[in-house]
Structures are given as C-alpha cells and as structure tokens.
Design a binder for this molecule. Sequence first.
Ligand code: SF4
Ligand code: SF4
Length: 170
Amino acid sequence: MAISARNQRRLDKKEIRREVIADRSTRRCGECTACCTVLGVEELEKPAYTPCSQICGAGCQVYKNRPTTCRTYSCAWKIGALPDEFFPPRAGFIVDTTNELGAITVREIEPGSASNSFGAKRLVNALAAQSVTVVVRGEHDRTILGPVEKVKAFMKQVDKRMKQQGVVPG
Ligand code: SF4
Ligand code: SF4
C-alpha cells in the first residue's frame, strides 16, 4: 500500500525526533566535573560546594570504585532532558533529575554563577510555573519557588521529614 505524502512527513519527523533523543542519551560529561564539587557525597564525608579530593584533571581517580552517590547521579543535561545550551559549565548550574520529595533542584555551580544569566532565569521561571523548584546557591543558601499550594504541601513534607529525623526546624 502506498504511503501518503502527509504520513511520510509524519514518519520523517518521528525519525528525526528519535535521532535527537538518541544523540542526547549519549551525551558525555567531557570537561565538566561540576557535580563532583557541588554535590555532597556522604560516603566520602564530602560537603556540598567543596571539590572532591578524588578529582584528577577532568576525571575521577577512583572511577571504577566511586561511591554509590556518584554512580547513581546524572544531571538533567546529561540524560538529555535539557537543550545543549544548558551544558553545566556554560550555563553555570546543574539540574537534578531526582528528588525524593518531588521538587526540581537547580544548583548554581558557584554561588551566584547563574543568578544573572537570562537563560537560567528563563529556565527557573518556566520550572517554577509548574513545580516546586529549589534553587541552591551554596551549602546553606536555598530559595523555594513554585505554585503556592504546591510549595505549602512540599514544606509540610519537609517539616514531617525533619521531625522524623529528630531535627527541629527553624
Ligand atoms: S554535572 Fe552533569 S555533565 Fe557535569 S559531570 Fe555531573 S553529570 Fe556530568
Ligand atoms: S569520587 Fe569521583 S565521581 Fe565521586 S565526587 Fe569524587 S571525583 Fe566525583
């Protein structure tokens, strides 16, 4: 059966989309080691916003035996969830792909490194219009944005979690 020109165009578009997704899913960190500084790694007692002592050039000295925290982390750019322009060293921030309480976390690579970037502001505004978005600017500096009701529900969960862990908020 002959395929119509319209359906052929649809198939071509699908094919292009598949190629784009495949390309994004094979992204490499390259010279980026941002998460090795920005994230805290409990197993190494490494605080957030402190370069890991295992960084060697643009790589990890203990890559094969790196801790689970490192093994399981991929930023949103790496998995192809963000356009190329948001490669962390260029953008000045990384976006987590997971958060146990359902928020989206945007972490500035250096405190202030994304605050004045139009691209970062645009992205944060777009995320915060839909979801709870936590902007982290340093180990003890974070701002919670998002639709009011969602932020309230998120804060309740945070309070509950802190009480369960025996931490008194505020
Ligand atoms: S921040 Fe993303 S791109 Fe950079 S090293 Fe970590 S996972 Fe790779
Ligand atoms: S152990 Fe390796 S992968 Fe993990 S933070 Fe340190 S340098 Fe990065």
